[in-house]
Design a binder for this molecule. Structure first.
Ligand SMILES: Cc1ncc(C[n+]2csc(CCOP(=O)(O)OP(=O)(O)O)c2C)c(N)n1
Ligand SMILES: [Mg+2]
Length: 374
């Protein structure tokens, strides 16, 4: 049997007015912090896009419009909880402790990139905050996260695994097996479906013929609720309820976080060839950052003009990190054969030497060589 969750869809309307439903119990300082985290996501994204357009980083998957959905849902996690990212939750990692310098190093895949250049850029990981490396192979993080949640339960650890993915990923095999096992095992996890309307050029209407997206959870025996993903407080409240269920041993919850992908799928995409840009306009009016700023200003938590000051400060902080990371050296070529064995074995050394000879003959790869098409 599945329980119906009592999660309100919206707590703050697009004009920044409270709807009257109970708000999460957050102090004024905590509310202001939430705003700063959302603004950081937006500002860092804007900077990265500029760097990509200038040919200084290779690839960006922007999250413009989705700031509340990731910050609101990730904020109530404890430090000991885990966040299994889908494609766009780097900003949540920043909030949970990923240093901005490391974030930008990963964008440059330089010598300070903790993935050592073995990931595409814009694919983060941070051990310190229980944030495993992204897998862009859609849906594969879902069974991984469920398995880790089940292991935590077996080991008697008090931790919840939150597993993020997009609307497109709900059509993957990973979603099916993850939901099945999580429900049967009552694994302490929360499924967070960031429903942004699109999976590259495929509209979300093509992902299911079900009447409601929450039916995707009910079908597996996983209680599900839909929440306004552009309302940071609604996201926060919904996640608090889902985390509480998981900690109480009641098993997984599916949250459908309804938002919108304002830009293309990535810096390599042109949405104008498949989407009617008129569809975007109503979502501008639901902008999550502006909505929350209005709410905070209405309550005197942000003074008039303070939001602009916060943005400026974050821009300066970001630019100073960009300058540092851009000046950093590249990952040493030798790192290609390190880390697999405690000592580099003979056969890898032979391959490495022949690789170095090739590099010496032809020179290193040039910018744009091997560019990923998506
Ligand atoms: C198994 C697999 N199939 C296809 C792709 C190509 N691909 C990359 S992102 C993406 C769409 C993902 O859409 P969604 O899950 O809604 O996430 P969003 O991009 O909207 O955040 C696809 C099909 C892939 N990376 N992995
Ligand atoms: Mg999507």
């Amino acid at each position: 049997m599945t329980t119906k969750l009592d999660i309100p869809f919206q707590l703050v309307d697009p004009l920044g007015e409270a709807t009257g439903a109970e708000l999460p119990k957050l102090s004024n300082d905590e509310l202001r912090e939430l705003f700063v985290h959302m603004q950081r996501v937006r500002t860092v994204d804007a900077r990265m896009l500029k760097l990509q357009r200038a040919g200084r980083v290779g690839f960006v998957g922007a999250t413009v419009g989705q700031e509340a959905s990731m910050i609101g849902t990730a904020a109530p996690l404890r430090d000991s909880d885990w966040l299994w990212s889908g494609l766009r939750e780097g900003g949540a990692a920043l909030m949970r402790g990923l240093p901005l310098g490391e974030y930008i190093a990963q964008m440059y895949c330089n010598a300070f990139d903790t993935a050592k250049g073995r990931q595409m850029c814009n694919h983060f990981q941070h051990k310190g905050s229980n944030y495993p490396s992204w897998s862009s192979v859609i849906g594969t993080q879902i069974p991984h996260g469920v398995g880790a949640a089940f292991a935590a339960k077996k080991q008697g650890k008090d931790e919840v695994h939150t597993i993020y993915f997009g609307d497109g990923a709900t059509s993957s095999n990973g979603f099916h097996s993850g939901m099945t096992f999580a429900a049967v095992w009552k694994a302490p996890c929360v499924f967070v479906c960031i429903h942004n309307g699109w999976a590259i050029s495929v509209p979300s209407a093509a992902q299911t013929a079900a009447r409601k997206w929450t039916d995707k959870g009910i079908a597996y025996g996983v209680p599900a609720a839909e929440v306004d993903g552009n309302d940071v407080l609604a996201c926060y409240g919904a996640m608090e309820a889902a985390l509480e269920r998981a900690r109480a041993g009641e098993g997984p919850t599916l949250l459908i976080v309804k938002t919108y992908r304002m830009m293309g799928h990535s810096s390599s995409d042109d949405p104008s060839v498949y989407r009617d840009e008129e569809e975007v306009a109503p979502w501008k009016e639901r902008d999550p950052v502006e909505r929350f700023a209005k709410f905070l200003e209405g309550r005197g938590i942000l003074a008039p003009g303070e939001a602009a000051g916060i943005e400026k400060e974050i821009t300066q902080e970001t630019d100073s990190e960009i300058h540092k990371q851009e000046a950093a050296p590249g990952m040493p070529l030798r790192s290609l054969v390190e880390d697999v064995y405690s000592e580099v074995p003979r056969h890898l050394m032979t391959q490495y030497n022949s690789f170095i000879e090739t590099v010496e003959r032809h020179g290193e790869a040039q910018k744009g060589d091997g560019a990923f098409p998506l």
